[in-house]
Write a protein that binds this ligand. Structure first.
Ligand code: SAH
Length: 211
């Protein structure tokens, strides 16, 4: 994503602790207490401008949502959506997913969303792909025993890689779609990238993987 650098973004994030949690390690194993809700927690990694997570939180008030995004200049747009929609069941973290298992306790999450993750097509960058085995090992720790990963992308290479990576890690695959917008899925919440790429005629791939 080409990002316009916003030097004021970090201050804006700091000014809204009700949505942007600054010291997530502090809440490991205690997120439900922070939300003050006994509800399943769904996490999205790489929320971008936050359309998907904000709409999902709005549509599902009985689920807690946490969104991770490494870029302050981008996640600040997700914060704007929270402020506009007033979403008590959504928190944002401006952190890198590499340290995920510092932020969450074992079995704390029910579902993980990966939407249009960076494909890192070069083999030497494989370890950066969010479906690389080291990431899957972290997801396994923080997700509940039969926790799910829901993935969407327009990138065929990343999709094929991810299916293989899930499968060799022992996850079961279900609801695989090779052209999501031509299938009969009723409740699809579109992301910013999904809107952009599908309007250009790109196919959208989707799958669910379960531990
Ligand atoms: N999900 C959004 C944005 C996709 S672009 C959409 O579908 O529209 C991928 C996003 O993931 C970028 O904003 C990038 O900054 C973020 N990202 C990539 N690797 C990350 C990591 N390791 N930790 C946190 N965010 C990451």
């Amino acid at each position: 994503m080409r990002v316009r650098h916003k030097p004021w973004a970090k201050d804006k994030l700091l000014a809204h602790p009700e949505y942007v949690v600054q010291n997530p390690e502090h809440y490991a194993s205690r997120w439900k207490q922070l939300f003050q809700m006994e509800a399943p927690i769904h996490l999205e990694i790489g929320v971008g401008k936050g359309k998907f997570i904000a709409e999902s939180a709005q549509n599902n008030p009985d689920i807690c949502f946490i969104g991770i995004e490494q870029s302050a200049s981008i996640i600040v747009d997700a914060l704007e959506k929270c402020l506009e929609l007033e979403l008590p069941n959504l928190k944002l973290l401006n952190v890198d997913a590499k340290l995920l298992s510092d932020y969450f306790g074992e079995n704390e999450l029910s579902r993980l969303y990966l939407n249009f993750s960076d494909p890192w097509p070069k083999k030497r960058h494989e370890k950066r792909r969010l479906t690389y085995k080291d990431f899957l090992a972290q997801y396994k720790k923080v997700l509940e025993p039969h926790g799910e990963i829901h993935l969407k992308t327009d990138n065929q290479g990343l999709f094929e890689y991810s299916l293989e990576s899930f499968s060799s890690f022992g996850l079961t695959l279900q609801n695989i779609s090779l052209d999501l917008h031509k299938s009969t899925l009723t409740s699809n919440v579109m992301t910013e990238y999904e809107e952009k790429f599908s309007s250009k005629g790109h196919r959208i791939y989707r799958c669910e993987a379960q531990f």
